[in-house]
Write a new protein. Structure first.
Length: 303
């Protein structure tokens, strides 16, 4: 299968440089048929855009600063690709090794109905303890197949997906494309339509990238506010489907930090979890909220 790789960047030369070196090795060793590598740069000021000139296999396309949109920009980039598989990679995500790409593509050869595959994310060393726990919880060590027939098993996690590092069949992308009417969580909404249409999504834990943000309690409130709006209004998932896992998350986190006698992290974890829960709860009533309260979220908005 021919592979097109799309990398999105904005002042991320420190992470982009080793990523391009790694892709260069994969191309040189012919480990996969890489048709093209496209760097979509948002007018970086640190030299990220001109970095492409050092690699003859990289094409650089500039998009005007401040115009990046999770769905529109990804559709724009994908429309320029000619590979059978389109790989999407955020500029701040660092592939661990060559297996990142090899394992990411592997499920397409094993499962005829596989529409998309996404990578496991692991925290960077500088990530704080509570956010390390969160990322490890969301991206487990075991790979999994997600299909509509498994809806009762996965519940709200059925549509979990991430374009931070993923691969999508080009014919599937052409058929479904990312919904340009929402500002974020375009990956979840895309996955819902794909899975509901009978395709399978694969979570590949052997394809690993380092990627994590040190979200504060306020950040998590806003993020989960948008999650609540998405789950309720777009994915049509009831709150009862994810309440149980929220309790498991809280219990596991408290036990983990208590076993390490990390009492400071216990306090931070409790605050972050409470804020996240409140955001989720309020966001799930998004359509009934006054306009002023809808602005609580900064990630998700309908147009």
């Amino acid at each position: 299968m021919n592979v097109s790789i799309l990398i999105f960047s904005l002042n991320q030369i420190e992470t982009i440089t080793p990523t391009l070196c790694l892709i260069g090795k994969i191309v040189e060793k012919k480990l996969l048929s890489v048709h093209e590598v496209i760097l979509l740069d948002n007018e970086s000021s640190d030299g990220t855009g001109t970095l492409a000139q050092e690699y003859d296999f990289v094409k650089c396309k500039q998009i005007p600063k401040g115009t990046f949109h999770h769905a529109i920009t990804r559709n724009f980039g994908a429309s320029a690709c000619f590979g059978e598989i389109i790989v999407f990679l955020n500029g701040d995500a660092s592939p661990e090794d060559e297996n990142w790409l090899i394992k990411l593509i592997e499920p397409f050869n094993r499962y005829p109905n596989c529409a998309a595959v996404y990578s496991r994310q692991i925290p960077r060393p500088e990530t704080n303890p509570t956010n390390k726990f969160r990322i490890k919880w969301n991206y487990p060590e075991k790979s999994m197949q997600k299909e509509i027939k498994l809806a009762s098993e996965f519940k709200h996690r059925l549509y979990s997906f991430s374009t931070v590092s993923c691969a999508i069949r080009s014919d599937v992308w052409s058929k479904f494309r990312f919904n340009e009417k929402i500002n974020i969580y375009e990956d979840y909404e895309f996955t819902k339509r794909v899975i509901d249409a009978g395709y399978m999504i694969y979570y590949q834990s052997e394809s690993v990238v380092r990627h994590c943000h040190n979200h504060s309690a306020i950040d998590l409130f806003r993020r989960y506010f948008d999650s609540g709006a998405l789950l309720n209004s777009v994915l049509k998932i009831k709150e009862s489907n994810y309440a149980g896992e929220g309790f498991k998350y809280l219990k596991s986190g408290l036990l983990f930090f208590a076993s390490n006698r990390d009492y400071h992290s216990i306090a931070v974890f409790m605050l972050q979890t409470i804020c996240g829960y409140l955001g989720l709860k309020i966001g799930s009533h998004y359509h009934r909220l006054p306009t002023i309260f809808k602005k609580l979220g900064r990630y998700f908005a309908e147009s």
